[in-house]
Design a protein around this ligand. Sequence first.
Ligand code: C5P
Length: 304
Amino acid sequence: MRHTNMNNMSNMSAKSFALAAPAKINLFLHVTGRRDDGYHLLQSIVVFVDAGDHLTFSRHDSLFIDIQGYFADDVGDLRDNLVYKAAQALAQEYDYVPTGQISLQKNLPVASGMGGGSSDAATTLRGLCRLWGLSEEAGRLEKLAAQLGADVPACLYRRPVWMEGVGDKMMRMQDMPDMHLVLATPPVQTPTPEVFKCFARRFSGRYSPPIKHAGRRKSLQEWIADLRFYRNDLTDAAIEVSPDIRTALAAIAATPNCHIARLSGSGATCFGLYDSAGAAQAAVNKLRQEYPHWWIKATGLFKE
Ligand code: C5P
């Protein structure tokens, strides 16, 4: 267990509540251009899944953060952590002295393309608003979230979004059918800046042409058919940074009834899409036997 105490630890209250910080998955990710400042223009569908970290909030007379869970030791300096930064940013925005205990259960592998840190930050904003009795004014929290990272506003919304710009523009999507996914993360970290650097170095001179988001409601089969035409343009770069990703994609694609095997974000998490929860669980059982040291999970879409 790791912890940081900004003042003292007295006066802990028993009144507490827990919030899920769901993982995000990029069902596809196209790079459509590059801005003058070096940031890449993207198109992506981001969904949130029923797997993630958990945060518990309780009253405390100073700000106290502790981190537990399987991946707690992989979290770096707590003062660089987005939970701490989100708490400080919210306190500054609302002119509030930061208080409260935040216990982060770190279930997701760190720097793995599932936006764990961003989701933790968004959940901290929500949780502290409730704990401190602040009103969650529309727009104000989103603006704060955007300052913490490009993915954080989507994590505040935590429902499927169509993402554009450098990851900062999002359109809420019509209801999506539940999806049956398998997530598999080899035990490697693929830092996003390294993957983008590698992408830029390997760049062929042709970005993906922008695609139009139709916005209408679709069945799972229609989604699977559409997603087959799309890619994750960062895949080759991510494989160059972490060759285990190639193994993960091949292993997922080889499971029975897998429709699509793809990288999420800049990796190293890869996912498979299946028709049913049973097919996804069968794939998990097979993958766990083959790769006992990987983080592997069957999941559906996150529901509030
Ligand atoms: O958004 P994040 O801080 O994770 O980005 C890390 C790095 O990835 C950026 O500094 C940039 O080099 C690269 N990046 C990019 N285009 C994006 C997002 C990130 O080139 N849309």
